[in-house]
Design a protein around this ligand. Structure first.
Ligand code: ADP
Length: 571
């Protein structure tokens, strides 16, 4: 049976019985009330009247008129209150005997009156007895029914009290326990309720859910194991070295490439912290050092008589757990990207560039010389068109010479063949030499170059004169290139505590801030600008300045001009 039906039946029946009990109680009480009223009205009054008449009869000798009056009054009341069988006849006889007595009073007649009065009293007392018996029976009936109904109510309430809470509470506590089991991943948990249909349905639904979860768990577990195997194989077959650390720096994963380059054995490191492993391993120590401050320069590792180059990357792993909102750090992965093939190609390219630019320099210089000879009037007069052509060839030759010069510089920088010759140089001289080199270029765009020296003549910097002039030159030619017609460029030299700052500022187009980091990279040119350059000038400048223990940088924003600067140590 349904729990709802059971509850409705039990409580409904109880309610009905309570209503019945109260109706019956009030009916019986009313009945008892009317019984008592009947006794009082009908019989008790007649006895009272008879008693009064007896008393009046006793007083007739002494106070005749009042007593007779009293007797008659009570007799009249008695005549109106005839309720018992035989009472009418007794009252009529009393009337007759009293009238006879009034005519001629004597003891004999008085005696008859008394007998009549006693008879009336006796009849009424019997009436009281009979009616009292009826009332007793009514009271007994009332007691019987009230007790019976009360007992039934009590039994129903008792059954409900002891059965209902248990019927509801027990399945709920059983269900709570089972839900906890499921939450603890004990998916084999099942519930079985006896009794109401609703709880049976609930148990059935719960069991279906648990079964599905169990099925899902077993299927995902094998899938997860398979996925794990796949990922492990993938990571092991990577050419990059991978080391996984948990949040407490314990190594929980390391691939074959990482084992190969670190010369480590898998069994002896899994479960150890990276700090423990670093004690006896130089490379791991180096990786650990770079972990919080990743290095830009590649790491060179010699393995199997071959130089290998790796780029270190540290990837933090942050996850959001199920049911949580905040991201939680659970470890990191050290990735050593194998860039050896790129490095090899880079070396090959650098060597190729060095050879080509070196080989090209002589023929280009020869062409330039030839052109200069052509311009010499000793070898004949050129017409205007020929002069234009020779001028063009001369400019192109110069550009080719500049490019080959830059490429040669770059290849020297990359191969480490650069020779820096540090001496005490005058900042003023550096700037003036560089300005001289770009004067012609600036004139073509009617650009003036202003200088501002905030150094003493005696202030010298420790620098390679030629290389610094080269850098200054590059800054100036860039400023001219990117300035508009008729503008001006300012060169400022300021003295700092331990260094001298050289800056070249223009009012040209400027450089978007997002490119500032890349501007000193090799071959980088701001996208969308079609200048005939190589993108090497600033990269070489950076290298030259850093090799001289200086610092290089740029301050610029779009449409507000640029200011390139470098600092060199003060002597
Ligand atoms: P190149 O000038 O040969 O292209 P550089 O390394 O000297 O190479 O410059 C790299 C890039 O930086 C240039 O292509 C240009 O886009 C940008 N740049 C350099 N100087 C300035 C400047 N003064 N104003 C605006 N852009 C500049």
């Amino acid at each position: 049976m349904k729990l709802k039906t059971k509850l409705t039946l039990g409580v409904g029946l109880l309610f009905l019985l309570i209503v019945l009990l109260s109706v019956m109680g009030s009916v019986y009480i009313n009945k008892l009330k009317s019984d008592t009223e009947k006794i009082l009205n009908a019989n008790y009054s007649s006895i009272e009247f008879s008693k009064n008449m007896l008393l009046a009869l006793d007083r007739i000798g002494s106070d005749s008129a009042v007593a007779i009056q009293e007797f008659k009054k009570n007799n009249q009341l008695q005549e109106k209150n005839l309720t018992e069988f035989g009472e009418r006849e007794a009252t009529q006889s009393l009337n007759l005997h009293f009238n006879n007595y009034l005519k001629l009073p004597n003891n004999e007649k008085e005696k008859l009156i008394r007998e009549d009065l006693v008879k009336i009293m006796t009849l009424n007392m019997k009436g009281i007895e009979r009616k009292s018996d009826v009332a007793i029976i009514t009271a007994e009936n009332a007691t019987f029914w009230i007790v019976s109904l009360g007992t039934v109510c009590f039994l129903i309430a008792f059954v409900l009290l002891f059965n209902l809470p248990q019927t509801i509470a027990e399945p709920i506590s059983q269900l709570t326990f089972s839900i906890r089991q499921i939450a603890n991943k004990n998916y084999s948990e099942r519930v079985h309720f006896k009794g109401s249909e609703e709880f049976n349905d609930l148990a059935e639904s719960f069991n279906v859910m648990a079964e599905k979860l169990q099925e899902y768990e077993s299927s995902t577990l094998s899938k997860q194991l398979m996925d794990k195997k796949r990922i492990e194989t993938l990571v092991n077959n990577m050419h990059d070295a991978v080391i996984g650390l948990d949040e407490n720096h314990f190594i929980y994963m390391i691939n074959d490439e990482a084992l190969k380059i670190t010369n480590l054995n898998k069994e002896e490191i899994i479960g150890k912290t990276v700090h423990e492993v670093a004690v006896n391993n130089d490379l791991v120590r180096e990786l650990l050092k770079n972990m919080d401050h990743p290095q830009k320069d590649p790491i060179k590792i010699v393995s199997g008589h071959k130089e290998n180059y790796f780029e270190q990357d540290v990837i933090p792993i942050n996850i959001v757990r199920t049911g949580e909102k905040e991201k939680k750090y659970i470890g990191r992965v050290i990735l050593l990207r194998n860039i050896t093939p790129f490095k090899e190609l880079d070396f090959a390219k650098t060597n190729f560039i060095a050879t080509i630019s070196h080989e090209l320099k002589t023929p280009i210089s020869a062409i330039k010389m030839g052109v200069q000879l052509l311009e010499n009037q000793k070898f004949g007069e050129l017409n205007e068109q020929q002069k234009e052509l020779v001028k063009g060839i001369n400019e192109d030759g110069q550009r080719l010479l500049d490019i080959t010069g830059e490429l040669l510089n770059l290849s020297q920088v990359e191969t480490g063949n650069i020779r820096i010759n540090i001496e005490n140089c005058s900042p003023k001289e550096i700037v003036q030499t560089a300005i001289k080199n770009v004067e012609k270029l600036a004139e073509q765009k009617n650009i003036s170059i202003k200088t501002q020296f905030e150094v003493e003549d005696s202030d010298l910097v420790a620098a390679d004169f030629d290389k610094t002039v080269w850098v200054m030159n590059n800054f100036l030619s860039n400023a001219v290139k990117h300035s508009f017609q008729d503008e001006s460029i300012s060169v400022k030299v300021e003295k700092y505590e331990t260094s001298v700052k050289f800056s070249v500022s223009d009012t040209g187009k400027g450089i978007d801030e997002k490119y500032h980091r890349q501007i000193f990279d090799r071959y980088f040119q701001v996208p969308g600008e079609h200048q005939n350059g190589t993108g090497l000038g600033l990269a070489i400048s950076k290298n030259f300045i850093e090799k001289q223990h200086g610092e290089i940088g740029v301050k610029s924003s779009l449409n507000q001009g640029s200011s390139f600067y470098f600092l060199l140590p003060l002597v």
